[in-house]
Design a protein around this ligand. Structure first.
Ligand SMILES: [Zn+2]
Length: 207
């Protein structure tokens, strides 16, 4: 059972993991694979749902080529949801599906629009966090960088998100610290500023 009353260690762990992942290019790889997946799906939808007025081949039902006297039943969770005659299937294919084409186009456009900001954010050469104009208390070097990290813990049905600013020195130095790991819950998020400034903070369950 981890000590959830003071999650600084968890925030630091997340920050170190994030820095390692980004530097190794794994974050970039995951982003690229995700983008390509959305792009491929979007293009497949656009191309697959195009109208094909000149296509006279037999339609297929569940992967099997249909005969003109066959009926295609579609089942969802064991319940028949649609019955289509051979000619319906041909007409459907010949007219295409505008909704699917539009949805595919939106997915394709979203993947293309997200590509540049994502690739920039996960660039392995981009350093983690923002520089801190202070000298490291351990090695004395000017390599401190900080970033706000969050960590969510779910106990039963209550999810609590902790946030704090994590400061890291170089991996060689190994200095890490986290400050102000405020428990943030939807109710407390926009509490009054005076309450936020009070230094003694209780993390345990309230009575
Ligand atoms: Zn240091």
């Amino acid at each position: 059972m981890p000590d959830i009353s003071y999650p600084a260690e968890l925030l630091i762990k997340n920050a170190v993991k994030q820095r390692v992942w980004r530097r190794s290019g794994m974050s970039l790889l995951v982003a690229v694979v995700g983008l390509l997946g959305v792009l491929a799906l979007g293009l497949a939808m656009v191309i697959g749902a195009q109208p094909r007025p000149n296509d006279t081949s037999a339609p297929s039902c569940g992967g099997q080529t249909m005969n003109t006297d066959q009926v295609c039943d579609e089942y969802t969770n064991g319940i028949r949801t649609s019955t289509s005659y051979y000619q319906d299937m041909v007409d459907e294919r010949n007219h295409g599906d505008t909704g699917v084409v539009v949805a595919g186009g939106v997915a394709t456009a979203a993947a293309l629009l997200a590509a540049i900001p994502l690739l920039r954010a996960y660039n392995p050469r981009k350093p983690w966090g923002a520089p801190l104009p202070l000298l490291c208390p351990r090695c004395g070097g000017p390599h401190l960088r900080e970033k706000t990290m969050s960590h969510s813990i779910t106990v039963g049905r209550i999810k609590t998100t902790y946030r704090g600013t994590v400061t890291l020195c170089t991996p060689d130095c190994g200095f890490t610290t986290a400050r102000r790991p405020d428990p943030v819950t939807p109710k407390q998020r926009r509490s009054t500023p005076q309450q936020d400034r009070k230094p003694p903070r209780r993390y345990g369950p309230r009575h």
